[in-house]
Write a protein that binds this ligand. Structure first.
Ligand code: ADP
Length: 299
């Protein structure tokens, strides 16, 4: 099964072009949709989740036409939105049981078993009687995954799930997602580059409503080899470097400023070759230094 998106476009009534001819194929496994705030990620996720309409284009999940067969999509979809409301006084077990009823699991015995298994899978068994209002950010997100998994979905969409989680909670959440992503399509929408580095076999970078690059993260990064250079400079010189070179990123390191620059050859004496990473790819793409045609190499 594959999710195919072809030329999807969406303009909001206020004139914002949130999606512009978005085309991408998403295979089974974890797929990272990476882009800065305002890139169009949520618009795309909500469209795939049948919560809003596109203006034009197509999207299919196997033989389901996502834009037309909304009920069929909803039967196989699990969705964890950016913000989701929880009844603060209800326990995890009670709410999940209620949601299972809404999902159509009518047998009480089956419901009990499903809820037990999901709470265990998301590591929430010991907290099942606690009120959701007392849950930490990470526990809430894991509960969000538990409810998204009700009904054995074939497609799971998670929108910005790790924003606000502490490092330990993020690792737990990552482990949970990657276990799920072994058999079904999981789309992880995020502006956090390391979420994609850690988890995804396939990805796309979206910016200003357009897919700028798509493919396997390590292959894409590999194509940057020999094109990223670094140099330690004084902070006062930063503006000059910004003007003269294609500056990918800068970070402070031991009181100095370390700049990373994109270039086919050494930008000037004093630079050294840097091992490219996904963050380089991300910034070089967002800043327009590289682009990738449908089939050609990064250049
Ligand atoms: P992301 O999830 O990547 O942050 P969004 O899909 O939320 O991006 O937003 C894409 C663009 O569309 C942004 O410019 C945003 O301000 C705009 N936008 C999002 N929702 C609406 C809306 N309901 N009405 C008008 N503009 C919107």
């Amino acid at each position: 099964m594959e999710l195919r998106i072809e030329n999807l476009s969406k303009r909001y009534p206020n004139g914002t072009q949130a999606l512009q001819n978005v085309s991408v194929n998403i295979p089974v496994g974890m797929f990272g949709l990476l882009g800065p705030n305002g890139a169009g990620k949520s618009t795309l996720m909500r469209t795939l989740a049948t919560l809003q309409e596109a203006d034009s284009g197509r999207a299919t999940l196997g033989d389901i036409d996502i834009l037309r067969q909304k009920d069929a999509v909803r039967r196989v979809l699990g969705y964890l939105p950016q913000e989701f409301g929880l009844y603060p006084k209800v326990s995890a077990e009670d709410l999940l049981t209620h949601l299972a009823t809404l999902k159509g699991i009518t047998s009480a015995k089956e419901r009990k078993e499903v809820v037990r298994a999901l709470l265990q899978q998301t590591n929430l068994s010991e907290h099942r009687r606690k009120a959701l209002g007392s849950f930490s950010g990470g526990m809430k997100q894991r509960f969000g995954i538990a409810q998204a998994l009700l009904g054995n979905p074939r497609l799971i969409i998670v929108d910005e799930p790790t924003a606000g989680l502490d490092p330990e909670e993020r690792v737990r959440f990552h482990n949970l997602l990657s276990a799920i992503g072994e058999n079904i399509i999981v789309i992880l929408s995020t502006h956090i580059v390391s979420d994609v580095t850690d988890l995804c076999q396939a990805m796309a970078i979206i910016h200003q409503g357009q897919v700028r690059i798509a493919g396997n993260p390590s292959q894409l990064v590999e194509e940057l080899r020999g094109k990223v250079w670094q140099k330690s400079i004084t902070h006062a010189d930063l503006a000059t470097y910004q003007e003269r070179f294609q500056l990918v990123s800068m970070r402070l390191f031991a009181g100095r400023t370390l700049v990373r620059v994109f270039g086919q050859q050494e930008p000037e004496p004093g630079f050294e070759p840097a091992l490219p990473d996904l963050e380089d790819l991300y910034f070089a793409t967002i800043k327009g230094f590289i682009h990738r045609s449908a089939t050609g190499p990064v250049n």
